[in-house]
Design a protein around this ligand. Structure first.
Ligand code: PRP
Ligand code: URA
Ligand code: MG
Length: 213
Protein backbone atom coordinates (compact mmCIF):
# COMPACT_ATOMS: atom_id res chain seq x y z
CA UNK A 1 0.00 0.00 0.00
CA UNK A 2 1.28 3.40 -0.99
CA UNK A 3 0.67 6.11 1.65
CA UNK A 4 0.50 9.81 0.75
CA UNK A 5 0.34 12.13 3.77
CA UNK A 6 -0.47 15.44 2.11
CA UNK A 7 1.81 18.13 3.46
CA UNK A 8 0.39 21.51 2.47
CA UNK A 9 -0.17 24.60 4.62
CA UNK A 10 -3.70 25.19 3.28
CA UNK A 11 -4.63 21.60 4.12
CA UNK A 12 -3.22 22.00 7.64
CA UNK A 13 -5.08 25.30 8.07
CA UNK A 14 -8.40 23.76 7.08
CA UNK A 15 -7.80 20.71 9.27
CA UNK A 16 -7.45 23.03 12.29
CA UNK A 17 -10.83 24.59 11.52
CA UNK A 18 -12.37 21.16 11.02
CA UNK A 19 -11.17 19.95 14.41
CA UNK A 20 -12.50 23.00 16.25
CA UNK A 21 -15.43 22.08 18.49
CA UNK A 22 -16.90 25.52 17.75
CA UNK A 23 -17.11 24.91 13.97
CA UNK A 24 -20.82 24.58 13.07
CA UNK A 25 -22.14 22.02 10.55
CA UNK A 26 -22.54 24.42 7.57
CA UNK A 27 -18.89 25.52 7.82
CA UNK A 28 -17.78 21.94 8.55
CA UNK A 29 -19.45 20.75 5.32
CA UNK A 30 -17.78 23.53 3.30
CA UNK A 31 -14.37 22.70 4.79
CA UNK A 32 -14.74 19.00 4.00
CA UNK A 33 -15.56 19.84 0.37
CA UNK A 34 -12.59 22.23 0.10
CA UNK A 35 -10.21 19.69 1.63
CA UNK A 36 -11.35 16.97 -0.73
CA UNK A 37 -10.51 19.02 -3.80
CA UNK A 38 -7.02 19.64 -2.42
CA UNK A 39 -6.50 15.94 -1.63
CA UNK A 40 -8.06 14.82 -4.90
CA UNK A 41 -5.45 16.79 -6.81
CA UNK A 42 -2.82 14.46 -5.30
CA UNK A 43 -5.02 11.37 -5.38
CA UNK A 44 -5.82 11.61 -9.10
CA UNK A 45 -2.23 12.10 -10.24
CA UNK A 46 -2.30 8.56 -11.65
CA UNK A 47 -5.73 8.75 -13.29
CA UNK A 48 -5.61 6.98 -16.65
CA UNK A 49 -5.73 9.17 -19.75
CA UNK A 50 -5.20 8.69 -23.44
CA UNK A 51 -3.59 11.03 -25.92
CA UNK A 52 -5.78 12.95 -28.32
CA UNK A 53 -5.87 16.28 -30.13
CA UNK A 54 -7.96 19.40 -29.76
CA UNK A 55 -8.67 22.13 -32.32
CA UNK A 56 -8.03 25.58 -30.82
CA UNK A 57 -9.10 28.75 -32.72
CA UNK A 58 -5.55 28.81 -34.10
CA UNK A 59 -4.18 25.31 -34.45
CA UNK A 60 -4.41 21.68 -33.43
CA UNK A 61 -2.94 20.99 -29.98
CA UNK A 62 -1.90 17.74 -28.39
CA UNK A 63 -4.22 16.87 -25.50
CA UNK A 64 -5.36 14.08 -23.21
CA UNK A 65 -8.77 12.79 -22.15
CA UNK A 66 -9.92 10.41 -19.41
CA UNK A 67 -9.69 6.82 -20.56
CA UNK A 68 -12.76 4.54 -20.56
CA UNK A 69 -13.98 2.84 -18.45
CA UNK A 70 -14.48 5.99 -16.43
CA UNK A 71 -13.22 6.11 -12.84
CA UNK A 72 -15.64 5.08 -10.10
CA UNK A 73 -16.00 7.23 -6.99
CA UNK A 74 -17.30 5.38 -3.90
CA UNK A 75 -18.34 7.41 -0.86
CA UNK A 76 -18.86 5.34 2.32
CA UNK A 77 -22.16 6.56 3.77
CA UNK A 78 -22.89 8.53 5.80
CA UNK A 79 -19.82 10.65 6.37
CA UNK A 80 -18.20 9.92 2.99
CA UNK A 81 -21.15 11.59 1.30
CA UNK A 82 -19.80 14.89 2.57
CA UNK A 83 -16.78 14.38 0.33
CA UNK A 84 -18.63 13.46 -2.86
CA UNK A 85 -19.41 16.88 -4.36
CA UNK A 86 -15.84 18.11 -3.88
CA UNK A 87 -14.50 15.03 -5.65
CA UNK A 88 -17.02 15.19 -8.49
CA UNK A 89 -16.33 18.86 -9.11
CA UNK A 90 -12.75 17.88 -9.95
CA UNK A 91 -13.66 14.80 -11.99
CA UNK A 92 -17.24 15.29 -13.28
CA UNK A 93 -16.98 12.46 -15.80
CA UNK A 94 -16.56 9.86 -13.05
CA UNK A 95 -19.37 7.49 -12.08
CA UNK A 96 -20.50 6.94 -8.49
CA UNK A 97 -21.13 3.76 -6.51
CA UNK A 98 -22.37 3.71 -2.93
CA UNK A 99 -21.55 1.70 0.17
CA UNK A 100 -23.43 2.33 3.43
CA UNK A 101 -21.68 1.21 6.59
CA UNK A 102 -22.04 1.98 10.26
CA UNK A 103 -19.82 0.79 13.09
CA UNK A 104 -21.31 -1.09 15.98
CA UNK A 105 -20.12 1.21 18.74
CA UNK A 106 -19.61 -1.75 21.13
CA UNK A 107 -17.72 -4.21 18.92
CA UNK A 108 -16.39 -1.55 16.46
CA UNK A 109 -17.27 -3.96 13.63
CA UNK A 110 -18.77 -2.29 10.53
CA UNK A 111 -22.29 -3.29 9.46
CA UNK A 112 -23.11 -2.90 5.75
CA UNK A 113 -26.66 -1.56 5.26
CA UNK A 114 -26.43 -0.44 1.63
CA UNK A 115 -24.36 -1.36 -1.38
CA UNK A 116 -24.86 -0.17 -4.95
CA UNK A 117 -21.78 -0.89 -7.02
CA UNK A 118 -21.37 -1.95 -10.65
CA UNK A 119 -21.15 -5.75 -10.95
CA UNK A 120 -17.93 -5.70 -12.94
CA UNK A 121 -15.19 -3.36 -11.88
CA UNK A 122 -12.39 -4.92 -13.88
CA UNK A 123 -10.21 -2.27 -15.45
CA UNK A 124 -11.83 0.49 -13.35
CA UNK A 125 -9.89 2.88 -11.18
CA UNK A 126 -11.80 3.32 -7.92
CA UNK A 127 -11.64 6.27 -5.53
CA UNK A 128 -13.05 5.54 -2.06
CA UNK A 129 -14.09 8.47 0.12
CA UNK A 130 -14.36 8.42 3.91
CA UNK A 131 -13.23 11.23 6.19
CA UNK A 132 -12.21 8.92 9.06
CA UNK A 133 -9.92 5.88 9.09
CA UNK A 134 -10.11 4.69 12.70
CA UNK A 135 -9.81 0.90 13.23
CA UNK A 136 -9.91 0.50 9.44
CA UNK A 137 -12.83 -1.95 9.48
CA UNK A 138 -15.11 0.20 7.31
CA UNK A 139 -12.50 1.10 4.70
CA UNK A 140 -11.03 -2.40 4.70
CA UNK A 141 -14.49 -3.90 4.12
CA UNK A 142 -15.18 -1.51 1.27
CA UNK A 143 -11.84 -2.22 -0.42
CA UNK A 144 -12.68 -5.93 -0.18
CA UNK A 145 -16.08 -5.31 -1.90
CA UNK A 146 -14.31 -3.54 -4.75
CA UNK A 147 -11.63 -6.20 -5.17
CA UNK A 148 -14.29 -8.94 -5.15
CA UNK A 149 -15.91 -7.17 -8.15
CA UNK A 150 -12.62 -7.01 -10.06
CA UNK A 151 -11.28 -3.52 -9.23
CA UNK A 152 -7.60 -3.44 -10.06
CA UNK A 153 -6.57 0.01 -8.90
CA UNK A 154 -7.90 1.57 -5.68
CA UNK A 155 -7.24 4.95 -4.10
CA UNK A 156 -8.69 5.78 -0.69
CA UNK A 157 -9.02 9.41 0.34
CA UNK A 158 -9.40 10.16 4.05
CA UNK A 159 -9.16 13.36 6.02
CA UNK A 160 -7.91 11.81 9.25
CA UNK A 161 -6.31 8.46 9.94
CA UNK A 162 -5.15 6.66 13.08
CA UNK A 163 -1.89 4.69 12.83
CA UNK A 164 -3.84 1.60 13.90
CA UNK A 165 -6.23 1.98 10.94
CA UNK A 166 -3.41 2.48 8.45
CA UNK A 167 -1.69 -0.69 9.67
CA UNK A 168 -4.95 -2.65 9.54
CA UNK A 169 -5.62 -1.46 5.98
CA UNK A 170 -2.15 -2.67 5.00
CA UNK A 171 -2.98 -6.15 6.32
CA UNK A 172 -6.12 -6.19 4.14
CA UNK A 173 -4.61 -4.70 1.00
CA UNK A 174 -1.06 -6.02 0.76
CA UNK A 175 -1.90 -9.76 0.54
CA UNK A 176 -4.46 -9.04 -2.24
CA UNK A 177 -1.77 -7.61 -4.49
CA UNK A 178 -4.03 -4.94 -6.06
CA UNK A 179 -2.35 -1.52 -6.29
CA UNK A 180 -3.78 0.61 -3.48
CA UNK A 181 -2.96 4.15 -2.45
CA UNK A 182 -4.12 5.88 0.73
CA UNK A 183 -4.19 9.69 0.65
CA UNK A 184 -4.66 11.44 4.01
CA UNK A 185 -4.68 15.04 5.17
CA UNK A 186 -3.57 14.18 8.70
CA UNK A 187 -2.23 11.16 10.55
CA UNK A 188 -3.26 11.50 14.18
CA UNK A 189 -1.85 10.03 17.40
CA UNK A 190 -3.95 6.97 18.24
CA UNK A 191 -7.41 5.56 18.95
CA UNK A 192 -9.11 6.02 22.31
CA UNK A 193 -10.80 3.14 24.17
CA UNK A 194 -14.02 3.76 22.19
CA UNK A 195 -12.29 3.56 18.82
CA UNK A 196 -12.29 7.32 18.19
CA UNK A 197 -9.31 9.05 16.64
CA UNK A 198 -7.29 11.26 19.02
CA UNK A 199 -7.15 14.21 18.84
CA UNK A 200 -9.41 13.79 15.78
CA UNK A 201 -12.54 15.80 15.24
CA UNK A 202 -15.21 13.67 16.93
CA UNK A 203 -17.87 11.85 14.92
CA UNK A 204 -17.57 13.06 11.33
CA UNK A 205 -21.09 11.92 10.34
CA UNK A 206 -22.65 13.73 13.28
CA UNK A 207 -20.66 16.88 12.61
CA UNK A 208 -21.73 16.86 8.96
CA UNK A 209 -25.36 15.86 9.35
CA UNK A 210 -26.36 15.95 13.03
CA UNK A 211 -26.70 13.29 15.70
CA UNK A 212 -27.70 9.85 14.38
CA UNK A 213 -30.21 7.90 16.51
O1 PRP B 1 -12.24 2.78 10.74
P1 PRP B 1 -13.49 2.43 11.47
O2 PRP B 1 -13.24 1.98 12.89
O3 PRP B 1 -14.37 1.49 10.71
O4 PRP B 1 -14.30 3.80 11.69
C1 PRP B 1 -14.44 4.72 10.67
C2 PRP B 1 -15.88 4.79 10.24
O5 PRP B 1 -16.66 5.40 11.27
C3 PRP B 1 -17.39 6.50 10.71
O6 PRP B 1 -18.62 6.10 10.22
P2 PRP B 1 -19.80 5.68 11.22
O7 PRP B 1 -19.76 4.22 11.49
O8 PRP B 1 -19.80 6.61 12.39
O9 PRP B 1 -21.08 5.96 10.34
P3 PRP B 1 -21.65 7.36 9.84
O10 PRP B 1 -20.79 7.78 8.70
O11 PRP B 1 -23.04 7.05 9.44
O12 PRP B 1 -21.59 8.34 10.98
C4 PRP B 1 -16.48 6.95 9.60
O13 PRP B 1 -17.13 7.75 8.66
C5 PRP B 1 -15.96 5.67 9.02
O14 PRP B 1 -16.81 5.09 8.05
O1 URA C 1 -12.86 9.42 15.40
C1 URA C 1 -13.74 8.82 14.74
C2 URA C 1 -13.75 7.42 14.58
C3 URA C 1 -14.71 6.85 13.83
N1 URA C 1 -15.65 7.63 13.25
C4 URA C 1 -15.65 8.98 13.38
O2 URA C 1 -16.51 9.66 12.83
N2 URA C 1 -14.70 9.54 14.14
MG1 MG D 1 -20.52 8.39 12.55
Amino acid sequence: MHLIDVDHPLVAHKVRLLRDIETPSPLFRDLVAELVTLLAYEATRGVRVEETEVQTPLAVAKAVRLLDPRPLVVPILRAGLGMLDGMMSLMPAAEVGFVGMVRDEETLQPFTYAERLPQDLSGRQCYVLDPMLATGGSLGGTVQFLVDRGADDITCICLMAAPEGIEYLRTVVDPIGVPCTLVVAQIDDRLNEKGYILPGLGDAGDRLYGLAQ
